[in-house]
Ligand binder design. Structure first.
Ligand code: C5P
Length: 307
């Protein structure tokens, strides 16, 4: 009898514990998250997409991706190269650039404001320059220049996001944020800081690009797949460099301000610094879905979108 009673007692304790946990959880969801002077209620739409277990930047440890991720990454390119080639090149990369993940210093004290600057023509006559420069980090993408456009786009560049075909020279204090869409891109990076003899590219790429080797950051293929699947629901063949930079900013910044995103009135991805002929309709990227997602993030107070 006493045995039965004790089982009942145990059950009661377990039940009340579970109810207590449920109550606590529902209340925790009501507690606003306060970062950088702004308090936002927890947002299920955001939490189903944002996942801190995905690290944007690669180290030799985090370069080991799952077979599924590797297959996804391989589908972006025309290569027969397998896992062994990938691993061999990645190992070479980390013999060249620092094998440490930068900017993983989140905490209640940190309030890092980031400006992410896309290349949209909507920056023309925006006068956003001073605001952009005010960010702790200023991310610029591909060729996006500052010289001659300072009033609208600012002049500081703490991070320049590139892949080989879009590479430009950068200042000695600028981080190169490197996106590899194919194995040849990783080989290009090795060559850039060693022999300068890369020959494998399909398109013409620069053999040399001025950049500080100790500030290079390589974006991991796993992170790119996470953005494509979790944020874009697989829209487009793969995400645009700009959209991936915005999501990366969520992982390393506390406040994200986005400038220079959005097509022109005909749905073309125009540039503030040049006329694109023929016009470019967002290509292989899910441009419209990316833009709608940015608008949703703005609506939910997760970023500030300046158009
Ligand atoms: O054209 P480019 O790829 O160099 O532009 C950088 C990024 O800016 C793109 O990857 C895209 O995310 C964004 N962009 C945009 N609207 C434009 C031009 C570019 O959203 N009109």
């Amino acid at each position: 009898m006493s045995r039965i009673m004790s089982r009942k007692g145990q059950l009661l304790i377990l039940l009340s514990f579970s109810i207590g946990c449920l109550y606590l959880q529902s209340n925790l969801q009501q507690i606003p998250q306060c970062i950088c002077g702004g308090c936002h209620k927890n947002d299920p739409w955001f939490s189903t997409r944002f996942n801190t277990s995905y690290h944007p930047l690669m180290t030799s440890n985090t370069s080991v991706v799952s077979a599924e991720t590797f297959q996804w990454w391989k589908r972006m390119q025309n290569t027969r190269s397998g896992w062994k080639d990938y691993k061999r090149v990645v190992d070479k990369i980390f013999q060249t650039i620092p094998d440490k993940e930068m900017h993983r210093d989140a905490g209640p004290e940190r309030c890092r404001v980031c400006s992410v600057v896309g290349n949209s023509g909507n920056l023309i006559n925006s006068h956003y320059g001073p605001m952009i420069d005010d960010g702790d980090f200023v991310f610029r993408i591909n060729r996006g220049p500052t010289k001659g456009f300072e009033q609208d786009v600012g002049s500081r560049t703490t991070h320049r996001v590139i892949y080989p075909e879009s590479a430009v020279d950068m200042g000695n204090s600028t981080h190169m944020v490197f996106f590899a869409f194919k194995l040849a891109d990783l080989k290009w990076l090795v060559s850039l800081f060693t022999t300068h003899t890369i020959k494998q590219q399909n398109k013409v790429v620069k053999i040399t690009t001025k950049a500080n080797m100790s500030l290079v950051m390589v974006v991991s293929p796993g992170f790119m797949k996470y953005v494509h699947h979790q944020w874009l629901n697989k829209h487009g063949r793969y995400p645009s460099t700009g959209f991936m930079t915005v999501i990366m900013a969520f992982h390393i910044c506390d406040k994200v301000r986005v400038y220079g995103f959005g097509a022109d009135k005909d749905g073309n991805w125009n540039h503030y610094f040049e006329r694109i002929r023929p016009a470019y309709k967002t290509g292989i990227h899910g441009g419209t879905f990316e833009y709608v997602t940015l608008k949703e993030l703005q609506k939910r107070n997760k970023l500030e979108l300046y158009e």
